[in-house]
Design a binder for this molecule. Structure first.
Ligand SMILES: Cc1cc2nc3c(=O)[nH]c(=O)nc-3n(C[C@H](O)[C@H](O)[C@H](O)COP(=O)(O)O)c2cc1C
Length: 392
């Protein structure tokens, strides 16, 4: 199967089916010397785990990660890091009904067309379970980014018609409510909306927003490997994601240039404070041309932290639009492999919304993408190479 890997210098390759013995990932290109333990990874996996709330599938998966290689005496060795998560809660019998027919909104039909044969238990490779392997890899990337002062934070922005109120934004709430919303009031409303969906044997879509702060300017390769292009590919590779927006996103098509452009200014603002508030841009290589302590910054961030595919130092803002969970429990029209019409009532354990469990997946795919581009950027200027090789 092609396409089970992503990344150039920080590369990951995932493997396994949702109802096989295990799923996992091999991370290659992780620098040696990073302190790493299974608990670092487990924290991220626990945020993706099903069975955590009344609006999540009752499926209970331990999702316990085992590090098989690449770590010695608590530190990465520079060798490939293999990680495995055993599947412990399969109910494969729930899926025997779909062996011979196609679930609407799922990948059954296209897998059959492509391979002529499919592992129908839980969707095989197309299952949301595959994302646990990416999360394990992304946890490592996020840990490295943290050492560089870069933070990736994703949260639920909306579920169905319920959106967070930016004025209530409280980051500590994200891990406290089952909707993963940074607004406790909106989370309660979303929870009751989801309970209505469940009573109606239906599901809901929603939007995840991700903010990458502490961004270093200059990350992203100008033509095919633009920061925004690579982020969009990484996020669109998550099952159920149907659109990705950067900065003002689709709203730009209705804006005027004067509204959409972010004005630049140079000032002597406190660089640390500016960096935290998000709009300070410090051009290290150009700082020789600027008065002492001066910084160039954008006064707004419509661009979402990227210009020409290269980070401008302000926060990268991204939104992933996610479709309603395709497996719903009401009767649906479909056909068998032979084309005979039939009525399908799906069994099994499915979330009424994918969004809260995908929040950490979006966070991890962003971390993987930014770290890879950060590593690639080390060769962009001779001075970078000199910093590494001349001070021995
Ligand atoms: C974390 C996560 C959990 C998911 N859980 C389910 C699920 O319980 N039931 C389901 O039908 N789809 C679920 N999906 C979505 C399917 O994997 C996805 O819609 C399907 O493979 C079709 O791919 P597409 O929507 O990208 O076209 C989940 C996706 C993610 C990312």
């Amino acid at each position: 199967m092609a396409g089970s890997g992503i990344g150039t210098l920080f590369r990951i390759q995932t493997f396994g089916e949702s109802h096989g013995p295990a799923i996992g990932v091999i991370v290659d290109g992780c620098p040696a010397g990073l302190k790493l333990s299974e608990s670092d990874i487990q924290y991220y996996l626990n945020r993706r785990k099903p069975g955590n709330s009344s609006i999540s599938t009752p499926r209970k998966e331990a999702d316990a990660v085992e590090i098989l290689s690449g770590v010695f005496e608590g530190k990465t060795t520079g060798c490939p890091i293999a990680m495995m998560i055993r599947n412990t809660a399969q109910h494969s019998a729930d899926y025997s009904q779909i062996a011979e027919c196609y679930r609407p909104g799922h990948a059954d039909f296209t897998f059959d067309e492509k391979y002529g044969f499919r592992d129908y238990r839980g969707g095989g490779r197309s299952s949301g379970r595959e994302t646990a392997a990416r999360v394990a890899a992304g946890a490592i990337a996020a840990k490295i980014l943290e050492e560089l002062g870069i933070t990736v934070t994703a949260y639920t922005k909306s579920i169905g018609p319920i959106s967070i109120n930016e004025e209530n934004y409280d980051e500590t709430q994200i891990t406290k409510n089952p909707c993963a919303m940074p607004d406790a009031e909106a989370a309660k409303l979303a929870e009751s909306y989801l309970k209505e969906c469940m009573e109606e044997k239906d599901s809901s879509g929603g939007v995840i927003e991700c903010r990458i702060t502490g961004m270093i300017p200059g990350i992203g390769e100008p033509v095919f490997d633009k920061l925004d292009a690579d982020l969009a590919k990484a996020i669109m590779s998550i099952g159920g994601v149907k659109a990705v927006e950067i900065g003002d996103g689709v709203a730009v098509s209705k804006m005027k240039g004067s509204e959409n452009n972010d004005a630049f200014c140079a000032d002597t603002a406190d660089t640390d404070a500016g960096h935290q508030s998000g709009y300070a841009v410090i051009y290290n290589e150009l700082s020789a041309y600027l008065p002492e302590n001066a910084v160039i910054r954008k006064t707004t961030n419509h661009s979402g932290g990227t210009l020409g595919g290269i980070s401008d130092g302000s926060p990268v803002i991204l939104r992933a639009h996610i479709k309603p969970t395709p497996s719903i429990f009401r009767e649906q029209d479909t056909v068998t492999r032979n084309g005979d019409p039939m009525k399908l009532t799906i069994k099994g354990r499915h979330d009424p919304v994918i969004v809260p469990r995908a929040v950490v997946v979006v966070e991890c795919m962003c971390a993987l993408t930014v770290l890879d581009l950060l590593m690639i950027n080390t060769t962009s200027q001779l001075s970078n190479l000199k910093r590494i090789y001349q001070n021995r």
